[in-house]
Design a protein around this ligand. Sequence first.
Ligand code: GDP
Ligand code: MG
Length: 304
Amino acid sequence: MLTELIPDDFKSGFIAILGRPNVGKSTLLNKLLGEKVAIITPKPQTTRNRILGVLDKENFQIVFIDTPGIHKPIHRLGEILVKSAYSATRDSDINLFLIDSANGFNSEDIEIIRKIYSKSNTPLILAVNKIDINSDIDIDEIERKIRAITDIGAIVQISALNGTNLDLLLGEIIKILPNGPRYYDKDFLTDVGNAQTAAEIIREKLIISLHQEVPYQSAVIVETFEPKKDNPKIFHIQANIIVARSGQKALVIGTKGKRIKQIGTSARIELEKIFDKKIFLELWVKIRPDWFKKDKFIKEYGYY
Ligand code: GDP
Ligand code: MG
């Protein structure tokens, strides 16, 4: 085996991206990597897994961990998602805490930071996101509130959507990143596998096209992911959309199947681009009564 030569001053580390739902964590991850590894919607609680994304350059390797938004859970799935977000701070070298400048910094943010820093002194960087919407937020006051709990490595005002100040943010991260090895191969991008990418893209389109509780109470499981038997040039993806009640099934399917067709078409178009292949996408809707309250199903669908 060839040992890779890396300079003595090579820096590396794990950065947990944390914050309340919808502040722009996944948007930031995608923008920093220049690739869509996490799905994004205008609705809270889109991210359900910790998602690893690696930014590798000549002098550093940053392993970002995108996390589910931290909120007050109202059911078992929510509880598990919040736990998984906090658990990302266990092995992080830096915690990157995001707030949405349009919504400000509130008591929930304080509570989250307090909870993390009751057990840890991992360096904290605060990113104030969405400054394209509101840039006159009172940074000094926020800084004072955080310093009452823990030190802050840096505060950077960014727009993850537009890419504003992301170079500054990276600079601040690199400043406090420890010396270390390449944890992942140079060209390793993410731990999200191909079948999971397909499931997530379908879930993204589902969340975007449905309202009320359906997005929060659905899951997508890819059952088939292989070249079509009678035409290997076409890739066959069959997925089950799991809903929690029969009324939700009717909503997902829509009048004369219109809604599920629309979800399928937009998912297929994006998946064909991602995988650079023609795709035959088959979607089925299944009812698993109140699955999001039951550990058995939550585990079976890959959230733990
Ligand atoms: P997450 O739940 O924290 O991962 O947030 P997402 O990345 O899913 O983003 C939630 C919503 O905020 C989406 O509609 C994004 O397009 C939007 N968003 C994220 N970053 C920005 C930003 O810098 N500016 C604006 N205007 N919107 C943003
Ligand atoms: Mg997210």
